[in-house]
Design a protein around this ligand. Structure first.
Ligand SMILES: [Zn+2]
Length: 159
């Protein structure tokens, strides 16, 4: 966990300004910005009747499609359209934490703590027990360790 830099604050401002400009109820209530070196990429949350596409996911995809190989910082902001409020920095959802871990593990993810203070956390720290496709081997090890208590269905006697 670290404090945010001036370039982090500029990234938050860019995401907030973008959301204020492009907000649309029930379609775009969140925006994200990713910084790759001196370039940044902006994107919106896509709300649909079937599934949603998170702003962070579409911003990361935009950067990767543009050829970026390293993402330095990520931020998402949320706004409900209230004229008296400004967009607020929000943490990534579980799916986005997995995405960031796999595509930008060393990126600084900008967050707010419970007191509203901005902070920066490495993407790889946001998901301490991630899904891994090789995790099935661990399940096999677990089954092997408990095989005396677990019987294969074919081994069970049918009465
Ligand atoms: Zn998400």
């Amino acid at each position: 966990m670290a404090s945010v830099s001036n370039s982090d604050r500029r990234l938050i401002k860019r995401a907030s300004d973008f959301l204020l400009e492009r907000y649309e109820p029930k379609r775009h209530h969140a925006a994200a910005a990713v910084r790759c070196g001196k370039r940044s990429y902006l994107s919106l949350h896509l709300d649909t009747s079937g599934f949603d596409v998170c702003a962070e996911a579409s911003a990361v995809a935009k950067a990767i499609v543009a050829g970026e190989e390293r993402i330095d910082a990520v931020v998402a902001v949320l706004w409900d359209g209230s004229k008296g409020c400004l967009p607020a920095v929000v943490p990534p959802c579980g799916d986005c934490r997995q995405l960031l871990l796999e595509y930008a593990p060393s990126a600084d993810v900008l967050l707010c703590d419970e007191e509203g203070e901005l902070l920066s956390v490495k993407a790889e720290e946001l998901l301490p027990y991630p899904y891994r496709s090789q995790g099935s081997f661990k399940l096999l090890d677990f089954a092997k360790a408990h095989e005396s208590r677990v019987k294969h269905p074919k081994e069970r006697r049918v009465n």
